[in-house]
Design a protein around this ligand. Structure first.
Ligand code: PLP
Length: 443
């Protein structure tokens, strides 16, 4: 009998007992190779001694002080570290406790900015279908995951959803990748105009789509065209890098590879690497200045803003990643990882697409490769795959099936940056065996 309100109310998961490096062990002594870092969280692996030492030192000094009274040395240091690597023009960091809080804060920051600069008529967000921005009501409103939204749709703030950048399913045979990207930017422009050009607060997008559609890498030029459309109408660009940021795709921020700078950017998972709950919004100077010269106060806040323990963990994680050159390692080994996946699964009759960058890869599973027909959601291929992979000692992150009714199941892979080539080979071997077993019985 469990008293924990687990996400699956009719199942109790295995008990995680300990973790080290690339592996988690359960209370029965089974060992799992962590190929997804939980949900793309664990950037530095488990039990890193320097992170543990930083957390011990912090708890011995200052575990907590409320931000309505104090700042802390460690929060200031973390903000300096993050601004040191941030996209051009970013000047301030708002430190929260996770991804949804970061997105929620960014949405409210964007809205308050327009109130401060005398454009209170801007009340509408535009985002994308098949996206995920978190589970709190604001974040859920901009999210485009139909299944997650459905029960709550009547109580969400209004948002318009345009097409995601999903070339495998939505690029036409008669258009190039660049033309496809421009078509999507035109669709965004039409949505802004339809809403009323001066009524839109922001366009919200994951730079590389994560959980909902299985790693959607943007086509070349897409985000540059999106940025130009936003600028034309004075609409802010909020990039959600909660999952794809902090080195995951082979650059510190995924937007670096797109050559665009957002107005606000959210980060979380890889920031603290799972050692503590932490997220952040990185904000452009002009937004912070407008608020500081206006009301002088961000009308928002949480009890655990800038939590010293969380900041200490994140600072240590980021310092180790920078010192050890792990982002460059992710970029280089990521190419090898992609090649391993292509070799093992590229010709599989139930693998429709393999896509990704760095240590962030998605494998889309289909019932029929020629027609791209997804598996029947009733077969719950993703749940079967998760179970089968765990039985083989592999943690991967399958998702899909019921999303918008037109999308194949996919598996997300996001190993910790410390993974060696041997680990990557082992991940691919176990995943290939699992995909084969599960799709064969589903077909
Ligand atoms: N944004 C993105 C892109 C995410 O992938 C997630 C979580 O998966 C979130 C926001 C929400 O983050 P959290 O679960 O920490 O609230």
């Amino acid at each position: 009998m469990t008293h924990v309100f687990h996400r699956h109310l009719r199942q109790t998961p295995p008990v995680a007992a300990s973790a080290q490096g690339m592996f988690i062990r359960d209370a029965e002594g089974r060992e799992y190779l962590d190929a997804s870092g939980g949900a793309a969280v664990s950037s530095l692996g488990h039990g890193h001694p320097e992170v543990m030492a930083a957390m011990h030192a912090q708890i011995d000094t200052l575990a907590y002080a409320h931000t309505s009274f104090f700042t802390s040395e460690v929060a200031e240091q973390l903000a300096d570290e993050l601004i040191g690597g941030a996209p051009e023009g970013m000047s301030h960091v708002y430190l929260v406790s996770g991804g949804s809080e970061a997105v929620e804060s960014a949405l409210k920051m964007a809205r308050q900015y327009f109130v401060e600069v005398g454009q209170p008529q801007r009340t509408h967000f535009i985002a994308r279908r098949q996206s995920y921005h978190g589970n709190t009501l604001g974040a859920l409103a901009v999210g485009g995951n139909a299944w997650r939204r459905e029960p709550f749709a009547p109580i969400l703030v209004p948002a318009t959803h345009v097409a995601p950048c999903y070339p495998y399913r939505e690029q036409r045979a008669d258009e190039s990748a660049e033309q496809y990207g421009l078509r999507l930017a035109d669709e965004l422009e039409a949505a802004i105009v339809a809403q009323g050009a001066d009524r839109v607060i922001a366009f919200v997008a994951e730079t590389v789509g994560g959980a909902t559609a299985g790693v959607l890498t943007p086509v070349p030029g897409y985000f540059k065209a999106v940025r130009a459309v936003c600028d034309k109408y004075g609409v802010l660009l909020i990039l959600d890098e909660v999952m794809c940021g902090m080195g995951r795709t082979g650059s510190l921020h995924a937007c670096e590879q797109e050559g665009v700078v957002p107005d606000l950017m959210t980060i979380a998972k890889g920031l603290g690497g799972g050692y503590q709950p932490i997220g952040a919004v990185l904000a452009q100077r002009r937004i912070v200045e407008a608020m500081s010269k206006g009301s002088g106060f961000f009308q928002h806040g949480h009890t655990y803003l800038g939590h010293p323990m969380a900041c200490a963990a994140a600072l240590a994680v980021q310092q180790v990643i920078r010192r050890d050159g792990l982002v460059a390692k992710v970029r280089d080994d990521g190419m090898a990882f992609g090649a391993m996946l292509a070799e093992a699964l590229g010709d599989h009759p139930h693998v429709g697409d393999i896509r990704g960058r760095g240590f962030f890869w998605g494998v889309e599973l289909v019932a029929d490769r020629a027609s791209k027909q997804p598996f029947d959601p009733a077969l719950a291929v993703n749940a079967c795959l998760k179970k089968d992979a765990m039985a083989r000692g592999l943690l991967c992150y399958p998702f899909g099936g019921t999303v918008d009714g037109r999308q194949g199941e996919h598996v997300l892979l996001a190993p910790p940056y410390i993974a060696t080539r041997d680990h990557l080979h082992e991940i691919v071997a176990r995943l290939a065996a699992s995909v084969d077993a599960v799709t064969r019985s589903a077909a």
